[in-house]
Design a protein around this ligand. Structure first.
Ligand SMILES: Cc1ncc(COP(=O)(O)O)c(C=O)c1O
Length: 387
């Protein structure tokens, strides 16, 4: 009998983590490598948040297990955040805290997907979505977008993708890997479609909510269309906005029975997220937010620089996205051409391998995100390195 279960054959390791590991290995071997693969801010966690963590340890609040789905103080801070920033009302029983947004998303899929249930997502998508869906026993249904449409899903395409088996429509704005964010009007057109399909649930991954530029107004589905409130799971976290990727805190709010089921799964797997990180997250959400525009100013400058330089490069084409810290240039015109190494570039994986081996620059191939030939650059790195 095979050791590994059958369904695991469909699952691959995260391509973004693989690229980061490859770049790290080359660096360790003495190569001068510029890593543009990692999806995390290069800024340190703000001081007030770090101090809150230390204070929690010193006050003896860290030693014990906490409530599985999060300490009441953090749930209250999350409820305040949803009210203040999104105009959404949630009771503590509608909120769950997990070990990163990743665990929260995964728990939601495990809690809801029966074999054959479909999850619609726009391609390019975050690498983990399809694999999470498949691990939970569901079927990812990718709706391809185009560079010309700014990598945004069109309402007609969404309508066509919905079947009697659709359980979730998963939205991610601003997007990893493209940085594309839906305006209120664009989102309304998608929610209009969803209102017509009452059996479909909406999962929105708002992880990059605060990372938007040029006065872009962030909105989220339950806010744009209150009729979807009862069937929307709004996922968010402190990783990206508060420079806390290592602290591992994510959260979600939605229908009480779903939140309860997700908490049950968590109680039988990982239990509570780190007590220290939870106390730090209370400070992140309730404390001063003034560093966000400061970081965003830097991110915006880098985005503009990167987009401008990429569009000057022969064979590349790069739209200017609204948010996150990624750009997603097309390398279609480079495919079929011979690289300096003498190798012909057959696809975007060849392109990124060549870029790493001959130029020492690590990026992630579009194939990993379900739409190519393209690649993802994370500009959450020093301006000199980007140049
Ligand atoms: C779109 C998106 N969702 C969720 C996550 C998960 O973040 P975390 O688990 O650090 O909260 C990430 C991280 O890369 C992401 O890019």
């Amino acid at each position: 009998m095979a050791l590994l279960k059958e369904s695991l054959k469909r699952i691959k390791p995260s391509a973004t983590i693989a690229v980061t590991d490859k770049a790290r290995a080359l660096k360790a071997a003495g190569r001068d490598v510029i890593g543009l693969g990692a999806g995390e801010p290069d800024f340190d966690t703000p001081e007030n948040i770090k101090r809150a963590a230390l204070k929690a340890i010193e006050a003896g609040k860290a030693a014990k297990y906490t409530a599985v789905d999060g300490i009441p103080e953090l749930k209250a801070a999350i409820a305040r955040k949803f009210k203040r920033e999104n105009g959404l009302d949630y009771k503590p029983s509608q909120i769950i805290v997990g070990t990163g947004g990743k665990q929260v998303l995964y728990n939601a899929f495990v809690a809801t997907l029966d074999p054959g249930d479909e999850v619609i997502l726009a391609a390019p998508y975050w690498v983990s979505y399809p694999d999470m869906v498949m691990l939970a026993g569901g079927e990812p249904v990718a709706v391809p977008t185009t560079l010309e449409s700014g990598f945004k899903m069109r309402p007609e395409a969404l309508e066509r993708a919905i079947t009697p088996k659709t359980k979730w429509v998963l939205l991610n704005s601003p997007s990893n890997p493209t940085g594309a964010a839906y305006t209120r009007a664009e989102l309304k057109k998608l929610t209009d479609v969803l209102v017509r399909h009452p059996q479909v649930y909406v999962m929105t991954d708002d992880m990059y909510e605060h990372l938007v530029y040029d006065e872009f107004e962030f909105t989220t589905p339950a806010q744009v269309e209150p009729r979807l409130y009862e069937r929307t799971l709004t996922v968010n976290g402190v990783s990206k906005t508060y420079c806390m990727t290592g602290w591992r805190i994510g959260y979600a709010a939605g229908p009480e029975p779903l939140i309860k089921a997700m908490a049950t799964i968590q109680s039988q797997s990982t239990s509570n997220p780190s007590s220290i990180s939870q106390w730090a997250s209370v400070e992140a959400l309730d404390g001063p937010q003034d560093f966000i525009p400061k970081h965003n100013k830097v991110f915006k400058e880098r985005r503009d620089l990167v987009v401008s330089m990429l569009n000057q490069a022969k064979g590349l084409q790069c739209p200017k996205p609204e948010g996150a810290f990624y750009v997603y240039p097309s390398c279609a015109s480079a495919i079929g051409k011979m690289a300096p190494s003498g190798k012909t570039l057959g696809n975007d994986e060849d392109f990124v391998t060549e870029l790493l081996q001959s130029e020492g620059v690590a990026v992630v191939q579009g194939a990993a995100f379900g739409l190519g030939p393209a690649f993802r650059i994370s500009y959450a790195t020093k301006t000199e390195e980007l140049e």
